[in-house]
Design a protein. Structure first.
Length: 509
């Protein structure tokens, strides 16, 4: 049903775009990494909706919030599918259903389950876990700032470990965590179109296994993924039977399974997906925030000033402080604008022929909402290359909104996608980013390093890893407690949290 009639209707035309080569189209014009930068240049040249053709497949790139909302949100009945990569689908088949077929009941039930676990009312109940894990983060970050990537990963995955499975992550070299990340890394590779040649040339799929090593690789990958998710699910199921399971997503699912018409494998997969989608993204956003602070000491100072006024010197910020900390929320929001985590957007697939603003969009088009460009639209974000939290705080900017006790917030922000596919973890992510920004800025100074020659060691503006989650490559900067008193506050909070940890007897240390 995805086949377009491919005839451009009368009065409409195809959108503009760079000219391609015969057969392969624009395939070779797309840089293998950081493609959103090239896409932004093309948007400047061709406008907010331009067309690429990749080996016979249509890829349209959207570069303003207006067009993204008009298509992906307002016409969500057409634009809510995902491309089913032939390599993945042929080999993995049914197990991908929860996330791929928007008109299939499995998809609806999966999103319903995710909503139950992650909606705002639920997210509020995870705040105490965010307080606990953020206190652990501070305690270790101050003692060993060089390993900031590891501590942020432990925070974001440790949070989901606790609320998702009732398990505690000890260190950032937890063996299960390593397995999950190795797996996640592979999955991102498989999920990026073109990673497997077979997605570009489906005919390769017909090769026998011995000529097609990628087939074995994919199968092994999926077996490992199922194995991990199923293992976690089984652990919780056993505990539910024994009456010892702590409250967690798996337990909620197991106890209410009959309300969701999902197979056990799909249910386990849905909860596993929340982990896969939520851990790396949150950590990546915070790595970019550290970069922003190292680059903008004046912004960190303003942030600390507000924190000192609202919170004082004697205690760490809590969730109750956040309505009074608009600058914390503005800084988090501006970080996601300036260095978006899913920079090129997560593509949606259209399922019906459509016309927008006189331009024809055939069924089966991959629509990319390029956040890098969306967040740099001059009219909305004047001086877009400048990191400027004030644009969310001062009435003279187009993005300002009243009242400051509520705005800025991250709800419906383009960073979290659009319409029926909008990030279900948004409420949890928003709380994580806000509380981490508040607590790290309250407790720590962040600045560029001074080299042995007495000069500042520069921090690169944009030296990012290539991959699905966009995070700065490890960089050198100084982080330390703002004072001995504040370090004492952190230590005491840490001891209190460890003592009152509801999963204390499950920690194993
Ligand atoms: C800073 C943190 C995060 C960012 C920037 C982010 C961003 C996104 C984006 C852009 C999408 C695609 C939306 C679309 O297709 O229109 C997405 C999907 C998703 N996110 Fe997040 N996310 C974050 C954190 C989280 C967390 C904490 C969770 C889980 C607790 C989560 C779970 C998911 C899931 C399961 C999907 C797939 C939804 C679907 O395809 O239907 N995310 N996220």
């Amino acid at each position: 049903h995805l086949k377009s009639k491919q005839k451009v209707p009368q009065g409409a035309k195809l959108p503009p775009g760079p000219a391609g080569k015969p057969l392969i189209g624009n395939l070779l014009d797309i840089p293998p990494a950081h493609s959103w930068l090239r896409f932004k240049e093309w948007a400047d040249q061709y406008g907010p909706l331009f067309r690429l053709s990749l080996a016979g497949r249509e890829h349209y790139v959207v570069s303003t919030e207006k067009v993204a909302n008009a298509l992906l949100r307002e016409r969500g009945n057409i634009y809510s599918s995902r491309e089913q990569l032939p390599a993945a689908v042929k080999l993995l088949g049914d197990s991908l259903r929860p996330l791929f077929y928007p008109h299939d009941d499995t998809f609806r039930q999966s999103r319903r389950l995710m909503h139950r676990l992650c909606k705002e009312g639920a997210a509020i109940t995870y705040q105490s876990t965010q307080i606990l894990e953020s206190t652990r983060l501070l305690y270790d970050l101050i003692r060993n700032p060089e390993d900031y990537e590891g501590w942020l990963m432990r925070y974001s995955s440790g949070l989901i470990f606790r609320v998702g499975f009732g398990k505690v992550m000890k260190d950032n070299d937890d063996p299960l965590l390593k397995r999950l990340f190795a797996e996640n890394h592979q999955l991102e590779r498989v999920a990026s179109p073109g990673a497997y040649l077979v997605d570009t040339f489906p005919i390769l799929m017909n090769l026998p296994d011995w000529l097609a090593p990628f087939k074995r690789e994919l199968k092994a990958l999926h077996v490992e993924e199922q194995d991990i998710f199923f293992g976690l699910h089984e652990d919780v199921r056993r505990e539910v039977q024994q009456g010892t399971a702590p409250d967690c997503w798996q337990k909620t699912y197991i106890e209410h399974a009959e309300e969701y018409k999902l197979t056990t494998a799909h249910g386990a997969y849905v909860v596993g997906t929340l982990f896969e989608a939520g851990a790396g993204t949150t950590a990546a956003a915070m790595m970019s925030w550290l970069l922003c602070m190292a680059l903008h000491p004046d912004e960190l100072r303003k942030l600390q000033q507000q924190l000192d006024e609202v919170v004082g010197n004697d205690r760490l910020p809590t969730f109750d402080d956040l309505p009074n900390l608009p600058r914390v929320r503005a800084v988090a929001k501006e970080t996601l604008r300036w260095r978006p985590v899913t920079a090129g957007g997560v593509p949606h697939l259209s399922e019906k022929d459509d016309v927008y603003d006189g331009m024809f969009i055939p069924a089966g088009t991959n629509v990319h909402a390029n956040q890098w460009a969306i967040h740099r639209e001059e009219a909305l974000y004047p001086d877009p290359e400048t990191f400027k939290p004030d644009r969310w705080l001062e009435p003279k900017y187009p993005t300002y909104r009243e009242p400051l006790t509520q705005y800025p917030n991250l709800q419906n922000y383009s960073s979290f996608g659009f319409g029926r596919r909008i990030c279900p973890g948004m409420h949890i992510a928003e709380r994580s980013l806000n509380i981490l920004v508040a607590r790290i800025a309250w407790a720590c100074d962040i600045k560029k390093k001074t080299g042995s020659d007495g000069k500042q060691v520069e921090v690169p503006l944009y030296d990012y890893v290539s991959g699905f989650n966009v995070q700065p490559k490890w960089f050198a900067f100084d982080l330390s407690a703002r004072s001995e008193e504040r370090w004492q506050v952190v230590k005491e909070a840490y001891e209190w949290e460890m003592e009152h940890d509801p999963l204390k007897d499950r920690r194993g240390w």
